[in-house]
Design a protein around this ligand. Structure first.
Ligand code: FE2
Length: 266
């Protein structure tokens, strides 16, 4: 039996919701694929403590797309913490979500764990950047609870994953980021979205964890943009009080609509 203070998180990433209920990414209706993923996650949502929405919540950054997501997440009955991705417009996102179940905190006390959520959105770019203000948030948040194991969350992958087209869109100042991480040995994992694929790596004892999108998937280690026939899914995380993490990926059995693998971009 896990320790009673163990925290359970679900990472729901890159839903790319449109204002149009039928809006699709390369033939996949993103509201529908999200729905199928949430149905798959229902039993885990019942025992989870909170949900992480790791960016690209909206594809068109419209108020209607964010409001849809807020209404859907209200039915989860859990705190939902969001960060913006490159497809989001952080100001619009914050305005549209205010007062709903989805908040955009910088730091969250998660039982024995310390969660830090960073905004790596860089206006006009698909890549990411942590501005001085975000780096300061990271430093202050980690210094606030030096004894607590920490999970750091951002949209962009902080290091290249071996997929050249996707690696052009990493965090552009990883040295600034890792200089802070390296000063705080309590950091146990860095969790990100953006890559639309399962990823589990490690840097100096810190886990690097990427998640599938709830819609289309990118083919791992592909030199150019290519879709992966792998199905949409989510990541679950069990954060133990002693700093250990159990984690895994769950995927739906099939896409709701036929998948066209010939797409050359999104
Ligand atoms: Fe995305």
């Amino acid at each position: 039996m896990p320790h009673p203070a163990t925290q359970r998180l679900l990472q729901i990433s890159d839903p790319h919701i449109f204002a149009d209920p039928e809006g699709d990414l390369l033939g996949q209706r993103t509201r529908l694929t999200l729905e199928w993923v949430l149905e798959l996650a229902a039993s885990q949502l019942g025992v989870a403590d909170r949900v992480l929405l790791t960016g690209d919540l909206s594809q068109d950054a419209t108020p209607a797309s964010y409001r849809y997501l807020a209404e859907r997440c209200a039915r989860l009955g859990l705190p939902c913490h969001a960060i913006p991705g490159n497809h989001d417009v952080p100001g619009e996102m914050a305005r549209s979500l205010v007062g709903g179940p989805i908040d955009m905190p910088r730091r969250v006390d998660c039982g024995p764990w310390n969660l830090v959520l960073l905004d790596s959105h860089l206006p006009g770019s698909e890549g990411g950047h942590l501005a001085a203000e975000q780096l300061a948030i990271l430093e202050v948040a980690l210094a606030a609870r030096p004894e607590a194991p920490a999970l750091v969350v951002l949209h962009h992958q902080p290091l290249p994953l071996g997929s050249p087209w996707l690696d052009e869109m990493t965090l552009d100042n990883p040295a600034d980021f890792f200089a802070i991480i390296d000063r705080h040995p309590q950091v146990r994992a860095i969790v990100f979205g953006h890559v639309h694929q399962e990823y589990a790596g490690e840097r100096r004892g810190v886990a690097l964890l990427g998640a599938p999108s709830t819609c289309i998937q990118f083919l791992p280690r592909s030199p150019d943009f290519a879709l992966d026939p792998a199905t949409p899914g989510f990541r679950w995380l069990e954060l133990h009080p002693d700093g250990r993490i159990n984690t895994g990926i769950e995927r739906i059995a099939a896409y709701p609509d036929p998948l066209d693998l010939s797409g050359s971009g999104y």
